[in-house]
Design a protein around this ligand. Sequence first.
Ligand code: UDP
Ligand code: MG
Length: 317
Amino acid sequence: MKKISIVVPCHNEEASIPLFYKTVNEITETMKKKADFEFIFVNDGSTDKTLHELRNLADKDQRVHYISFSRNFGKESAMYAGLESSTGDYVTTMDADLQDPPSLLEEMFTILETEEYDCVATKSTNRKGYSFLRKFFTKWFYKVIGKISSIEMVPGARDFRLMTRQMVDAVLSMQEYNRYSKGLFSFVGFDTKWIEFEIEERVAGKTNFNFGKLFSYAVEGIVAFSTAPLVFAAIVGFVFCLIAVILITIIITKTLIWGDPVGGWPSMACIMFLVGGVQLFCTGIIGEYLSKTYLETKKRPIYIIKETEKNKRKNVI
Ligand code: UDP
Ligand code: MG
């Protein structure tokens, strides 16, 4: 019988975890003749009672494993840790908040078993529960990255997917520190079938991604999967050089013909601000790539484990 590992990153999900477990457990019951299951919850430095909930689940159910980080490393690191310790023939990644319906799991499993796909991924047709601003920027982000990256980024793609062991191993073989999974899953290739569904609102708790976090996640995605901004910086520099040559020619000619009347300082000040701004912007773009390279060269661990169900701390509530 095939085994499915369910990887669940959790950050401050004390209220969602019992509901998640209950719902997914029902699915595993209905699928028990087809597959075995293991749960791998990753506690990503939660400050609420998430760890407590996970310890309880691990006590109650042999199939439940958990990894608890020494601090918050981010969802990407949590997914990586979960994938790394998974042992199933198939691995699925799911959010703890039940926004993605686990009921799709059976269909996804059947597709992998009967068709020639290596992965079944999901995308949402709506963005229920997300703010207008977030929807707006997400839409634009996908438009931009779609144009400047050679890797296919599917708009509305969720992190909920079921993959074969072969694909999981390929994803794990990429040990970069700055992880943008949507790109990494796409980068490894393999045949992916996309299925659509309507996203639900969070069952409990609140989103972990505020605007600032999402913005840096978007920058991460762009920097990790496109070098177009560097080309853009170079082109802007080139265009400004051309403008400068033209302006110099005009100014010299004017001075030679009409002399050198003092004037035009407001326009000069404007030009200085503009060029200064463009230079800083382009330096910033280069800095962004440089900083990512800097972080990669340090080879810091992607996550650090403090506790698992095997070395559970005694006498703690
Ligand atoms: N998450 C995590 N670490 C973080 C932020 C989020 O493990 O630093 C988990 C979170 O517990 C949830 C999933 O990632 O299971 C998706 O987070 P959330 O639902 O807050 O994101 P949204 O649906 O708003 O994009
Ligand atoms: Mg969510």
